[in-house]
Design a protein around this ligand. Structure first.
Ligand SMILES: Cc1cc2nc3c(=O)[nH]c(=O)nc-3n(C[C@H](O)[C@H](O)[C@H](O)COP(=O)(O)OP(=O)(O)OC[C@H]3O[C@@H](n4cnc5c(N)ncnc54)[C@H](O)[C@@H]3O)c2cc1C
Length: 495
């Protein structure tokens, strides 16, 4: 039998998008393609999925998820990871039961009262967005919501105002109301994997029972993607100066890595690609995992929300996930969004504990929290991480979904493809968006998709049709002419 020479695919970036792309090509195209993943980080793949068990080998995944951990169940049809986790038989739980504390009112809202307030807050948000869209006004969610609250006569101490002002999209002050996607940022806690999201990326790498494992090269930052048109190859320059050749490259690194020039392209990326990576918003977000000697809080709630009237404190440890309810471990996970998440990375470790106690004290009472010894604190620092540059892309005021669309298209005929949460508008900033983008890039490679070529082919076909029509018309006119001539000749003869 004739041996087919396989084409080599290199995936740059071992986050969920890159791994999904590599897994799909290996599964469906192993007869024609070889696949290799280059990952910059020294000790792990997964990117913004990070189940950090290093300090806590007995940990059960979800309790030490420092990156993406919740699967949106808002619209199951738009989340392919829900099916995947079922197929892989990964154990899941839904985080349920919210308590909302307003400390200066000495009130804890929960149950039907809170559900009603949340539903009404959701309608206010929807109204705010609809009005913005009708008027085609490019303003922030913050501005749109504030206007709506004022119009409907809610003062700043009202539970609906307080709830809305603790939403991540409100806290990120320039989040575009015009292009707001509820399932991208505000979907919250929802479904989690008990062994952590790391389990999912591990399974993408190892493959299901009958699948081949992926080859991941850790500690391999790619510095440059250089197209060698004469050879129809792509040369990848690595950090140590060595070079690797590929037939296809999938670039699955965050937009910020491209924007900052950490990964270079030769020839330069087309201007609209450069513009997209620089212009799209990159939201800051962090997590802090706090392990106590024992749990002092109730397991009635899966989430503790804390109101604040202080603008300065918005996004700062207002949300706490109760791991004890799900896994029986005395752990609370605090969430940070926006500027506060970025600033938190600069706060030294020795100051963090006091801040945590102060915040939790507002929910559970200062005395209770101060009397509960903390065993350990682990926290993320995604904004200062050179391989991430933040938590997730988002449309900021002035952006349009076109920025994400541009980055979804391959550069061809050079065979450079793109994947990552920043390359899909519907689902940007999410695990499922990143995963879906990986599948899309794999399909583009497998099918040899090339939008420029498709356009050229279409134009060529149209041109050929036009020519054929012209020739046909000319022929018809010639025939008509000769018939007329014959008729004239006959008439002349008869005369
Ligand atoms: C704190 C936090 C909480 C989140 N919570 C949720 C959530 O609950 N639900 C949800 O759906 N989403 C959540 N997200 C978002 C979600 O985690 C991301 O959208 C998703 O993981 C992005 O995947 P990706 O593959 O596009 O990018 P990444 O995971 O960033 O992968 C890119 C990879 O490229 C590597 N890389 C970068 N540069 C180079 C280079 N030059 N050479 C080689 N490799 C390189 C990086 O190291 C990284 O591994 C959260 C994110 C954060 C940070």
């Amino acid at each position: 039998q004739k041996q087919v020479e396989k084409e080599h695919v290199v995936v740059i970036g071992g986050g969920i998008a890159g791994l999904a792309a590599a897994r799909e090509i290996l599964n469906r195209g192993f007869k024609n393609f070889t696949v290799q993943v280059f990952e910059a980080r020294r000790e792990r793949y997964g990117g913004r999925v990070w189940t950090d068990k290093l300090n806590n080998p007995k940990a059960r995944g979800f309790e030490v998820d420092l990156g993406g951990s919740a699967l949106s169940i808002a619209n199951p049809f738009l989340n392919p990871l829900l099916n995947l986790t079922t197929n892989l038989e990964l154990e899941t739980a839904v985080i349920s039961g919210v308590q909302f504390t307003v400390p200066w009112q000495k009130k804890h809202f929960a149950g039907s009262e809170l559900i009603q307030a949340m539903t009404e807050a959701g309608s206010i948000l929807t109204d705010a967005i609809n009005i913005t869209r009708q008027k085609k006004e490019d303003i922030s969610i913050k501005e749109a919501v504030d206007r709506q609250l004022q119009e409907q006569g809610y003062d700043s101490d009202n539970i609906k105002s307080l709830l809305l002002r603790s939403f991540p999209s409100y806290v990120i002050s320039d989040y575009s109301a015009l292009y707001y996607q509820p399932d991208s940022l505000d979907f919250g806690y929802e479904k989690v994997l008990l062994d952590g999201m790391g389990e999912l990326v591990d399974r993408l790498v190892s493959g299901a029972d009958d699948e081949r494992p992926l080859k991941i090269n850790l500690r391999t930052p790619v510095r440059q993607v250089k197209v060698d048109s004469s050879e129809n190859k792509i040369l990848l320059r690595l950090k140590d100066g060595s070079q690797v050749t590929a037939d296809h490259v999938i670039v699955a690194v965050p937009a910020s890595v491209i924007a900052k020039g950490v990964l270079l392209f030769e020839p330069l990326l087309p201007e609209e690609y450069q513009f997209a990576t620089k212009e799209m918003g990159m939201a800051d977000g962090n997590k802090i995992i706090v392990e106590f000697e024992s749990a002092f809080w109730s397991n009635e709630f899966g989430v503790f929300l804390l109101a604040t009237k202080n603008e300065e404190e918005r996004g700062f440890l207002q949300t706490w996930l109760n791991i004890h309810k799900v896994l029986g471990k005395p752990v609370l996970v605090g969430l940070l969004f926006g500027e506060k998440a970025r600033d938190f990375e600069k706060i030294p470790d020795d100051k963090v504990q006091a801040l945590v106690v102060k915040k939790l004290g507002q929910v559970f009472g200062m005395e209770t929290v101060a009397a509960s010894p903390i065993k350990q604190i682990i926290r993320s620092a995604w904004s200062s991480d050179q391989w991430s540059g933040g938590a997730s892309s988002y449309p900021r005021v002035g952006n349009s979904p076109k920025l994400w669309d541009v980055l979804s298209q391959p550069l061809c005929p050079h065979k450079v493809y793109f994947a990552g949460e920043h390359t899909v508008f519907r689902g940007h900033g999410t695990l499922h968006g990143a995963y879906a983008s990986g599948l899309r890039a794999a399909e583009q490679v497998l099918s040899g998709y090339c939008p420029q070529k498709a356009l050229e082919d279409k134009q060529r076909r149209q041109e050929e049709k036009k020519k054929a029509k012209k020739v046909k018309k000319e022929k018809e006119e010639k025939v008509k002419g000769s018939i007329k001539q014959q008729t004239d000749d006959t008439e002349n003869d008869e005369l």
